[in-house]
Design a protein. Structure first.
Length: 140
């Protein structure tokens, strides 16, 4: 597994529910933001992916809510890829408050979709390695 990449996020008031907690769906938005930020930091663009005829897909996401987040909270959203031998990969993510408290843990299973065939490509890490200017961010 690679060392976690992270991005800062401030919880915005409009992202909270009636109790003042961060809405459950927004945790997935934060995780997605961190994943795309990692791709960008590694030199992978949406146009580069499309040019290769592939696109990332989410196959499964599990969230463990640990502590509440409120409007104004400053958090870091981490992102670390785990590679296997097949068509999928895992992404381990944490949302951590500024004081170090883990607010949520997310585990995602993803893959790369061949946009013509509409099937997952084998060995997605090879595509990430080829497209990235800094594949080390993916642990490659």
């Amino acid at each position: 597994m690679s060392e976690p990449f992270s991005v800062p996020v401030t919880v915005r008031g409009y992202e909270t529910d009636i109790q003042g907690h961060l809405n459950q769906a927004v945790y997935i938005n934060y995780a997605e933001h961190a994943r795309w930020s990692l791709l960008q930091a590694a030199g992978i663009t949406q146009s580069g992916l499309i040019g290769k005829g592939i696109g990332p897909v989410a196959l499964e996401t599990t969230i463990r809510y640990r502590r509440e987040l409120l409007a104004g909270d400053e958090v870091e959203v981490t992102c670390a890829f785990e590679w296997g031998d097949g068509k999928t990969f895992r992404i381990e993510q944490r949302i951590v408050r500024a004081d170090g408290t883990v607010a949520a843990e997310l585990t995602a299973v993803g893959g790369l979709l061949d946009l013509r065939e509409r099937k997952l490509v084998a060995h997605p890490q090879a595509y990430f390695k080829e497209l990235a200017t800094d594949p080390a961010l993916f642990g490659l």
